[in-house]
Ligand binder design. Structure first.
Ligand SMILES: NC(=O)c1ccc[n+]([C@@H]2O[C@H](COP(=O)([O-])OP(=O)(O)OC[C@H]3O[C@@H](n4cnc5c(N)ncnc54)[C@H](OP(=O)(O)O)[C@@H]3O)[C@@H](O)[C@H]2O)c1
Length: 270
């Protein structure tokens, strides 16, 4: 458990997908720890509200940056905004992500390609932009949001599942690469977490217990600097670690049954 984030890594964090859910919870927590938080998302109004909240309650400061990271120039826009603010990013939280449930060929192609750009390309590009500075200063942290779904084949969620597997392998490998440089890398695997993600992806309301965005942030900050990956919550731990002992063909069979039910509910709701 890192007791003083700013002492260990520095006083500036950048969080993508800051306007809701897990990203918003990261912003609030890091600001409460006294960090200056550069908060990136598309919805300016939400970022302004978060800025007001931090100004009223937090010890830190929040700098909103409006950018669409699925666009080719999105990361560049963020880099320019950071440069003009004169801040150096010490803690990078690659959190922004979307997913779309449904048969691959029925989800609009632009949505799927945009998701790959956001969930994969932007994650690597953001890391490429800020990791060199951290390495030069010999301290820093990179946090990457993957998912339990990144460890399981998920029919009708195939491209999303693949982007999260990408994030998992990218983050885990980068942890190995950065060991001894002073930069800690952590990949976070949430399971079902109550945020705006469900509505955005077309998922239904589940009866199983949701974790909260605050739970995910607490798990991440407890594990940062200790281990390469963290799965949030015991149920999700069983799901992602336990399935490693099941033959892939059986895993796919079970996953297909579960997802088929999920898809049926989604189609009925339309
Ligand atoms: N909730 C879950 O059950 C769950 C489970 C496993 C993993 N995760 C992962 O956790 C991460 C956070 O998701 P969440 O649950 O907090 O979802 P969320 O509440 O929907 O938040 C997603 C965030 O990403 C931002 N975003 C979306 N498209 C963007 C774009 N093109 N450019 C910049 N920002 C963009 C959104 O802001 P704007 O719309 O304002 O841009 C929002 O702030 C994602 O990577 C997701 O894959 C979530």
């Amino acid at each position: 458990m890192i007791h003083n984030i700013s002492q260990r890594y520095g006083s500036v964090a950048l969080v993508t997908g800051a306007s809701s859910g897990i990203g918003e919870a990261f912003c609030k927590r890091l600001a409460a720890e006294g960090l200056t938080v550069i908060a990136v998302a598309r919805r300016e109004e939400r970022l302004r509200q978060l800025q007001d909240f931090v100004a009223k309650t937090g010890q830190g400061r929040l700098v909103p940056v409006v950018a669409d990271l699925a666009q080719a120039d999105g990361v560049e826009l963020v880099v320019k905004a950071v440069e003009s603010s004169g801040l150096a990013v010490d803690v990078l939280v690659n959190n922004a992500g979307v997913g779309f449930l449904g048969p691959l060929d029925t989800v609009p192609r632009e949505k799927t390609i945009g998701m790959i750009d956001l969930n994969c390309r932007a994650v690597v590009d953001m890391t490429l932009r800020f990791l060199p500075g951290m390495k030069t200063r010999k301290r820093g942290a990179v946090i990457i949001l993957s998912s339990v779904v990144g460890t399981i084949p998920a029919p009708w969620f195939s491209a999303y599942s693949a982007t999260k597997a990408f994030d998992l392998y990218f983050g885990e490998s980068l942890y190995g690469e950065c060991k001894g440089t002073g930069v800690d890398v952590l990949t976070v695997l949430p399971g079902l977490t109550r945020t705006e993600f469900q509505a955005g992806s077309g998922m239904r309301e589940y009866h199983s217990p949701y974790r909260s965005a605050d739970h995910v942030v607490a798990s991440a900050l407890s594990a940062l600097g200790q281990q390469p990956i963290v799965v949030d919550g015991w149920f999700n731990k069983i799901l992602s670690h336990g399935t490693r002992f099941i033959p892939r063909s059986l895993l796919l069979f079970i996953s297909r049954l579960v997802m088929k039910k999920e898809l049926g509910t989604m189609l009925e709701a339309r």
